[in-house]
Ligand binder design. Structure first.
Ligand SMILES: *[C@@H]1O[C@H](CO)[C@@H](O)[C@H](O)[C@H]1NC(C)=O
Ligand SMILES: *[C@@H]1O[C@H](CO)[C@@H](O)[C@H](O)[C@H]1NC(C)=O
Ligand SMILES: *[C@@H]1O[C@H](CO)[C@@H](O)[C@H](O)[C@H]1NC(C)=O
Ligand SMILES: *[C@@H]1O[C@H](CO)[C@@H](O)[C@H](O)[C@H]1NC(C)=O
Ligand SMILES: *[C@@H]1O[C@H](CO)[C@@H](O)[C@H](O)[C@H]1NC(C)=O
Length: 278
């Protein structure tokens, strides 16, 4: 079990802050005693998890069961305790609240990584102690083949990583290490993703790419298949516009030509009834 330096220093800070407060009123005479006694009553009580009064980091693995005992120390009366998982309270049975309380994590899962379990004094929640889980597991890689890509287009191979501790990552192409030509390949690397972008793919980029993760707990490889297709002939835009113009003009001329006929017909039919009327 390790001690988390940050958390520890914070709890020390709280204590030295309180010590400072009790020292401050010293020059002011009579009320000093009362002021001095009050913080002493509160600070006298302390909490411990499994007999340690420092905040801790608990290294563990998925599937394990962990139990934590929180105990109040130097208390003059019965003290109620409360557990938090992150910001949320943990429901405790009635017999598991006074002076000592225990929680079990059955079993630990990957999602518990980084989660803090904090035990607090109900009467004064600033008196608290916590254990942060460091759930360690070997690398797990996931990802999907990209859709076939045309020559000259860019393509992204996304290898999702889940690993604690962080894994060392490498890309291979057809089983040899990828030599990273700067303007052709780009790597994007976070704790969750290891992504290879290939700019303006060529036929020679077609093949199998392997994402590899190695940590002290193990290693894993994931293959990605990239299919590079011939560039489809692009339609010449001018030709299309020319064709549309020709078709439009033909249609317009057609309408104009027919319109004369229609007009003539219309005239004729209009004349006929007036003739009969005469
Ligand atoms: C609690 O009591 C023990 C012994 O009774 C003492 O050594 C320790 O300093 C006390 N702790 C606090 C925080 O007062
Ligand atoms: C704390 O220490 C005492 C004495 O060493 C031991 O009997 C007890 O089992 C310990 N408790 C926990 C929760 O480890
Ligand atoms: C805490 O103490 C209990 C009881 O002694 C023990 O079963 C448990 O494994 C301990 N937990 C850790 C994280 O050490
Ligand atoms: C809790 O501790 C206090 C102080 O030692 C004691 O008076 C009280 O009886 C304890 N209560 C329980 C339920 O253990
Ligand atoms: C392109 O790569 C795919 C996937 O690795 C492979 O199946 C295919 O045979 C390759 N095609 C050519 C022409 O190399």
């Amino acid at each position: 079990m390790q001690t988390e330096p940050q958390e520890t220093s914070r709890s020390h800070l709280n204590r030295s802050e309180m010590a400072q407060k009790s020292r401050l009123p010293a020059p002011y005479g009579v009320p000093v005693l009362a002021v001095l006694l009050l913080p002493c009553l509160v600070t006298g009580v302390e909490l411990a998890i499994n007999n340690s009064s420092d905040n801790q980091i608990l290294s563990t693995k998925p599937g394990r069961d962990e139990s934590l005992w929180c105990t109040v120390r130097n208390n003059s009366r019965a003290e109620e305790l409360r557990w938090y998982r992150g910001d949320g309270t943990v429901n405790l049975k009635d017999g598991n609240k006074i002076n000592t309380t225990n929680i079990c994590i059955l079993p630990v899962s990957k999602t518990d990584n980084g989660v803090s379990f904090t035990c607090k004094l109900v009467r004064n929640e600033s008196i608290q102690i916590s254990v942060t889980l460091d759930v360690q597991f070997p690398p797990l890689l996931t990802g999907e083949d990209p859709p076939p890509v045309e020559e000259k287009n860019d393509v992204k191979l996304t290898c999702n990583v889940n690993s604690n501790p962080q894994a060392e990552m490498v890309w291979y192409k057809d089983n040899s290490t990828l030599t990273l030509k700067k303007d052709h390949y780009q790597i994007y690397h976070t704790s969750e993703v290891f992504q290879l972008t290939i700019k303006k793919v060529e036929k020679s980029d077609n093949g199998t790419y392997t994402c590899e993760a190695k940590s002290v707990l193990g290693e894993m490889r994931k293959e990605f298949h990239l299919t590079v297709e011939d560039r489809k002939p692009v339609f010449p835009l001018e030709a299309i516009i020319a064709a549309i113009v020709v078709v439009l003009l033909t249609v317009i001329f057609g309408i104009v030509a027919r319109r004369e006929k229609i007009f003539k017909c219309f005239k004729k039919t209009k004349k006929t009834p007036s003739e009969t009327a005469l």
